[in-house]
Design a protein around this ligand. Structure first.
Ligand code: NAP
Length: 316
């Protein structure tokens, strides 16, 4: 087991993920020094007010000087330009990683700029909330969550081990995958649900026969659980759609086919098919709870009876 501690950790981008890494790294002493860089003065000032780092830069190239761990925590579409900017300033032997939600495009965008002697090891913590910005982060975000690393063939074993230990020290369990497989898995578990949420909330907003106030008033029937996802950062999700296009389109095609089958079952009064599907999907929820990936408490553990409309997702 290698020491998870780094001499100098540089975070480029200090939103939800960057600030959460800063908090946990500080709390568990995973780096002797934390250097922060972001593109706007406003966010940089806020990061400083929150005391997230030891030094603060608008210039990303200056920020990575002498760092032995550099983590890119920006929307996936921004990685290529940042990699090009910082490449000449990266220290030999440094580990360069990211937290982007897509991996094939990130590797394609970053790889051409990485100098020899710098270890590129792409990563993706499977942890998040619908909030963004430096105030959104907290030190336990990665606790009991997975972190996927997608090292290329021939990646330096010592560097990989060191990054694994870092994520373990953040509270995560590390899994290794190739980039294409990562993008396919994430398309179904994350990107498709997000698109369904955006779509259903958009549809409800467009309806003319049901008023907006009714949608909001009766949202506890199920709708509100989609609104949490649909409130996520538009820039981040635009970039994910543009950068994981093939896998997302493949999953959307499968989803549309299955939706048509569901439509047919309802049209023809095929109760057996409906029941079988609903029974099968209930089992998936049980497995997620058993794997410790969500609470077993009714209605996600929300306080019961706090509002007259709060009658749980079982009601329709
Ligand atoms: P965030 O809270 O919106 O923060 C984004 C950060 O990136 C800010 O510091 C922002 O800088 C900077 N930034 C935005 N656009 C940029 C650009 N074009 N060039 C340079 N910097 C830019 O985002 P986040 O939720 O932390 O997400 C960061 C990364 O983590 C994304 O790649 C996302 O795919 C991945 N991720 C997110 C989640 C999640 O649930 N949120 C989960 C896992 C992985 P300014 O504020 O200074 O403009």
């Amino acid at each position: 087991m290698s020491d998870p501690q780094f001499e100098r950790l540089t975070l480029i981008g200090i939103g939800l993920i960057g600030s959460s890494i800063a908090h946990v790294a500080r709390e568990r002493q995973l780096a002797k020094e934390i250097v922060i860089s972001t593109r706007s003065q406003e966010t940089l000032n806020r990061a400083e007010e929150l005391g997230l780092g030891d030094r603060y830069y608008l210039d990303a190239a200056e920020a990575v000087e002498g760092a032995d761990l550099v983590i890119l925590c920006v929307p996936v579409g921004a990685n290529g330009a940042i990699a090009q900017w910082i490449a000449p300033s990266l220290a030999p032997g440094a580990i360069l990683t990211d937290v982007g939600s897509t991996k094939t495009s990130v590797v394609n965008d970053i790889r051409p700029h990485v100098p020899d002697g710098v270890h590129l090891i792409p990563g993706h913590p499977i942890a998040g909330t619908e909030h963004s910005g430096p105030d959104a982060g907290f030190s336990t975000l990665f606790e009991n969550r997975w972190c996927i690393l997608t090292p290329e063939a021939g990646t330096d074993e010592t560097a990989l081990e060191k990054l694994k230990e870092f994520w373990k020290a953040c509270g995560s369990t590390v899994d290794i995958m190739d980039v294409q497989h990562h993008d396919l898995v994430l398309a179904i578990v994350s990107h498709l649900p997000q698109l369904i949420a955006y779509n259903i909330v958009g549809t409800a907003d467009d309806l003319e026969t049901v008023t907006k106030s009714e949608v909001i008033k009766y949202s506890a029937s199920g709708f509100r659980d989609f609104t949490r996802l649909a409130a996520s950062d538009p820039t981040m999700w635009r970039d994910i759609c543009l950068n994981n296009k093939d896998a997302i389109l493949e999953m959307l095609a499968r989803f549309s086919e299955d939706l048509s089958a569901l439509q047919r079952a309802i049209r023809w009064g095929d109760g057996d098919s409906l029941f079988q599907l609903f029974e099968r999907t209930r089992g998936i929820r049980k497995s997620i709870i058993e794997a410790g990936q969500d609470t077993d408490a009714p209605n996600f553990g929300r306080p019961i009876g706090t509002s007259s409309a709060d009658d749980g997702s079982q009601n329709s």
